[in-house]
Write a protein that binds this ligand. Structure first.
Ligand code: MSP
Length: 502
């Protein structure tokens, strides 16, 4: 079976990683883990975007060569993913030979086919965004200055007049529209589709794909006075990585990207693939943006949130959980320690953590720490409902509806808490010890199922739940008829999974 090929953008290495970067990558990791849980082979790619003027400048400031600088920052990203329990199958760097070779070959092929041609570029250039703008697009600044129209940038632009290579994006409009129509899932979520369609319908311009003044990049084949434009270079990472690993990987099943780079992925990238005669990815999904305490994260505000400082206080799993519990994937949301703490205390410390504590305390007290060999013949709990919730959660993750998956799972956790309060086995134990043991066993059965379903979001918590109740790691799918698989261990009392935060 062709592995499901999921990618994140490759990360710019000109800034330290922050929670926005962690968001895209953890999303891909959750998807990869959920698919694996349901038995699908998966290939998950991430990496770093290392060429361009910004890197050249950042390296010069750090008094390093661009490559030395890139090595340092790229390994920081890699280490962060390990620390956040993100487990990619491949990590590509645009400075690797496998990538540069793909870029050279693609550029040369498109030169041959006439999809790339040499022309003159005249307009304005934003060094910070590495983007060219036409005069019409610029904003008027003080003293007649032209400013970058990107609302997050608005820096002064440089006027440029130079020779450049262009990609004939203009000729791909009709084919793109046809593809969008024939593959309604390609532009996802659906709420983003009309913006892309309208952009294409308005008429596409050819885009400049080389830079004469940038030295740190892949030289244009047979014209070393130019380097390949970073975006043209970067997008090809998805293909370079696939082709270097396993010819059967392409096409990608889903590219997960943030909304600000959607146009590159939903318009430019598919047109490049068409020019190269390669298949298009199945889906290009744009997620929303995090602000922090109501503000956009930026260098000038100095309000970047380092994921490691959050996980130091709350743990990796709570952070992974929060990112998807708090805001629907695809929409924007706000990050604050106060809201994280609220979610942590309510959903994790109370709902899940307490439930596990109660179950393991009662298991040690009333079951002597052992999972009964035989569970009661008739399930005491609506196992079907819980099993259906697990299936619904995994299906929601496959649709990248991570928020829905957690909503469904936490409804199950809520029902279990309520059920336990109603059954009150601690009272029942006084009159009907067998009945109490049956209730507790049933609770353990359900907890182990919950432990299985939350694994894509919270891999460590999943393992700890199984460990505490002495159950073997669950296989997916779980059926209501399943016995509770007993591990070598026993039911143990233990530290709270999520100690309350004041
Ligand atoms: N290098 C390009 C991608 C090239 S892919 C061929 C790039 N890199 S980036 O490091 O700037 O951004 C990487 C990802 O982080 C994007 O998906 C982006 O949306 C995400 N985020 C960066 N800041 C973010 C927030 N504040 N909130 C959510 N995600 C955001 O773009």
């Amino acid at each position: 079976m062709k592995p499901f090929y999921v990618t994140t953008p490759i990360y710019y290495i000109n800034a330290a990683p922050h929670i926005g970067h962690a968001y895209t990558t953890i999303a891909a990791d959750v998807l990869a883990r959920a698919l694996r849980l349901s038995g699908r082979p998966v290939h998950f790619l991430t990496g770093t975007d290392e060429h361009g003027l910004k890197i050249e400048k950042a390296a010069a400031e750090a008094k390093l060569s661009p490559k030395e600088y890139a090595d340092g920052v790229s390994s920081k990203f890699r280490a962060l993913w390990t620390a956040l329990d993100v487990r990619p199958d491949d990590f590509i760097r645009t400075t690797e030979p496998r990538h540069e070779e793909t870029v050279r070959r693609a550029f040369a092929a498109m030169l041959r086919s006439g999809d790339i041609y040499k022309g003159r570029y005249s307009g304005f250039y934003c060094v910070s965004d590495e983007t060219y703008w036409t005069e019409k697009e610029t904003l008027a600044g003080p003293g007649g200055a032209k400013l970058c129209p990107n609302t997050d940038c608005q820096r002064p632009l440089e006027r440029v007049e130079e020779e450049s290579y262009f990609f004939k994006l203009s000729q791909y409009g009709p084919r793109l529209l046809k593809h969008y129509d024939a593959h309604p899932e390609f532009l996802s979520p659906a709420s983003r589709a009309s913006e892309m369609r309208n952009f294409v319908k308005a008429g596409l311009q050819d885009i400049s794909v080389s830079r004469a003044k940038v030295k740190w990049g892949v030289p244009v084949p047979e014209d070393e006075s130019h380097t390949v434009y970073v975006w043209f270079d970067a997008l090809l990472n998805y293909l370079a990585a696939a082709d270097s690993k396993n010819a059967a990987l392409w096409p990608a099943d889903v590219h997960i990207v943030g909304k600000e780079i959607y146009r590159f992925h939903a318009v430019v990238w598919p047109a490049m693939l068409m020019a190269l005669g390669r298949e298009l990815p199945g889906k290009v999904f744009a997620h929303g943006w995090w602000t922090v305490e109501g503000e956009k994260m930026s260098k000038s505000k100095g309000n970047f949130v380092d994921p490691l400082s959050v996980t130091k206080e709350f743990g990796v799993d709570a952070f992974r959980f929060f990112l998807f519990r708090e805001m629907p994937f695809g929409q924007d949301g706000d990050f604050s320690i106060a809201s994280l703490k609220r979610r942590y205390n309510a959903d994790l410390a109370n709902d899940l953590g307490n439930l596990l504590n109660r179950a393991s305390d009662m298991g040690t007290r009333y079951l002597d720490g052992k999972i009964p060999e035989k569970l009661p013949g008739t399930p005491l709990i609506e196992r079907e409902t819980h099993v259906a919730a697990g299936a619904a959660a995994i299906a929601a993750i496959e649709k990248l509806d991570f928020g829905m998956a957690l909503t469904v799972l936490w409804a199950s956790v809520g029902r279990l808490n309520q059920w336990l309060n109603e059954k009150a086995p601690w009272k029942l134990a006084k009159t009907d010890p067998a009945g109490a043991a049956a209730v507790i066993s049933e609770l353990l059965w359900s907890l182990r199922a919950v432990g299985c379903w939350i694994a894509p979001f919270m891999p460590e918590t999943s393992a700890r739940i199984h460990e505490r109740i002495g159950a073997a790691r669950s296989k997916w799918p779980i059926s209501p008829e399943d016995a509770l698989p007993v591990a070598a261990g026993s039911i143990k009392k233990g530290e709270p999974l999520f100690p309350r935060k004041i």
